[in-house]
Design a protein around this ligand. Structure first.
Ligand code: DGY
Length: 345
C-alpha cells in the first residue's frame, strides 16, 4: 500500500510548547480516463491506490476530464487524451505522474510536464511484436488487395479464376524501405526479410547497429523514396517527421510503390496522399493511422480502391493490450513511490 502524507495542521505554540504537526496518511488518487482500459493494470492500481475512473468507454469529454482530475496524484491515460498545460493546471500541484498506455507520446506536452516535475510513463517494447505483425498484415492486405478481393467474393464479383484478376505486387525479390528504424522498424525488417526480399533499406536519424541482423542498409530519405517498391513508415511523430510523406515525396516514389503507415497519421500529408492515389502517382497505400482519428466517413481515402484503412489497431493483440495496461499501472505506482519507473520518458 502506498500513502501520501497529508498535513492536517501546522506546528503551533501552546503554552510555550511546540505541538507537532498533525499528519495523516491517505491513499494516492489515480484517475483513469476511460472505463475500458484492460483490467490487469486497473487491478494493480486498485491494490495500492484509490482509483477513480471515467464512465465513458471512449475519450472523455474535455470539460468532464478537467473536473474529474482535480487533486489527483496520477493520471492513467491513452493516446486519445491531449495532456497539455490545461490538463496539468486542472489536476493541480499534487499531480506526480502521467501514465499513457501507448509507446507514442505526441499527445503529451513533455516540456510542460518536465517543467512541473510531473513524470511520464509509457509502454515501449511490449507492443513491438504486435505492431510489427499488424504492419505485415497491412502490407500484404494492401499489396495483394485482400479487402477488395473479399468484397468480390462476398458480392458475386468472383465469376471464375482469372489469370490477371486481383493481382498485386509480391514481396519476394522486392526492395523494402523502412522510415524510422527504432524498435518497431527493426521488428518489421526481421519479418520482411523472411519474405525473400531483395534488400531492405532504412532511413533514420542515426545509424542503427541492429541493422546488421537483417542486412538493412541506411540510405537518405530521397534514396528510400526512389529505390523502394514498398515503403513502411514506422517513424515517431516529431516536428522533423511531420508530413515527411508529402507531394514532393510521392512524386519521387516509384509509380508502382506501396506506402504503409503504422506510426502516426501526422507523418503523411493526407491531401497529397489522396491526390497521389487518385492520379496513380503511387500504386496503393495501407494506413493504420490517419488524421483525424476516426477518419470521417466521407473522407476520400475510404472510397479509394487502392487504399486500405484500418482503425489504429497496431498493438491490438489481446495479451499485448493487457501487458500495456499493467506496465502503465506499474509506471504510475513506481512514480508515486518515488522510485525508478519501468519505462519513463
Ligand atoms: O503509440 C502506440 O502505442 C500505438 O499507436 C497504439 O498502441
Amino acid at each position: 500500500m502506498i500513502y501520501k502524507r497529508v498535513v492536517l495542521s501546522a506546528p503551533s505554540l501552546v503554552r510555550g510548547v511546540v505541538t507537532a504537526r498533525k499528519m495523516s496518511s491517505e491513499r494516492f488518487q489515480v484517475f483513469v480516463t476511460r472505463n475500458d482500459m484492460p483490467q490487469g493494470g486497473i487491478d494493480l492500481l486498485k491494490k495500492e491506490c484509490d482509483v477513480k475512473m471515467s464512465s465513458h468507454p471512449s475519450t472523455m469529454p474535455r470539460e468532464e476530464l478537467l473536473k474529474a482530475i482535480a487533486g489527483v496524484s496520477g493520471i492513467f491515460c491513452s493516446l486519445t487524451d491531449r495532456i497539455d498545460r490545461e490538463v496539468l493546471d486542472a489536476a493541480g500541484p499534487d499531480l506526480k505522474v502521467i501514465g499513457t498506455i501507448s509507446v507514442g507520446h505526441d499527445h503529451i506536452d513533455l516540456a510542460e510536464c518536465k517543467k512541473r516535475g510531473v513524470r511520464i510513463g509509457y509502454t515501449p517494447d511490449v507492443l513491438t511484436d504486435a505492431t510489427a505483425e499488424l504492419t505485415m498484415a497491412l502490407l500484404l492486405s494492401t499489396s495483394r488487395r485482400l479487402p477488395e478481393a473479399q468484397h468480390e467474393a462476398r458480392s458475386g464479383g468472383w465469376k471464375s479464376w482469372a489469370p490477371t484478376w486481383m493481382t498485386g505486387p509480391g514481396l519476394a525479390g522486392s526492395t523494402v524501405g523502412i522510415a524510422g528504424f527504432g524498435r518497431i522498424g527493426q521488428a518489421v525488417a526481421r519479418r520482411v526479410k523472411a519474405f525473400n526480399t531483395k534488400q531492405i533499406l532504412y532511413f533514420n536519424r542515426s545509424e542503427r547497429p541492429e541493422a546488421q541482423e537483417t542486412g538493412a542498409i541506411k540510405v537518405t530519405f530521397d534514396e528510400l523514396l526512389t529505390q523502394s517498391d514498398f515503403i513502411i513508415c514506422c517513424a515517431a511523430l516529431v516536428p522533423e517527421t511531420k508530413e515527411m510523406f508529402n507531394k514532393a515525396a510521392f512524386e519521387k516514389m516509384k509509380k508502382t510503390a506501396v506506402l504503409v503507415n503504422t506510426s502516426r497519421g501526422g507523418t503523411v500529408d493526407q491531401d497529397a496522399l489522396i491526390e497521389a492515389l487518385q492520379n496513380n502517382t503511387i500504386r496503393a497505400a495501407g494506413l493504420d493511422v490517419t488524421t483525424p482519428e476516426p477518419l470521417p466517413l466521407d473522407n476520400p481515402l475510404l472510397k479509394l480502391p487502392n487504399c486500405v484503412v484500418l482503425p489504429h489497431i497496431g498493438s491490438a493483440a489481446i495479451e499485448t493490450r493487457n501487458t500495456m495496461s499493467e506496465l502503465t499501472a506499474n509506471n504510475i505506482l513506481k512514480a508515486l513511490k518515488g522510485e525508478p519507473m519501468p519505462a519513463e520518458l
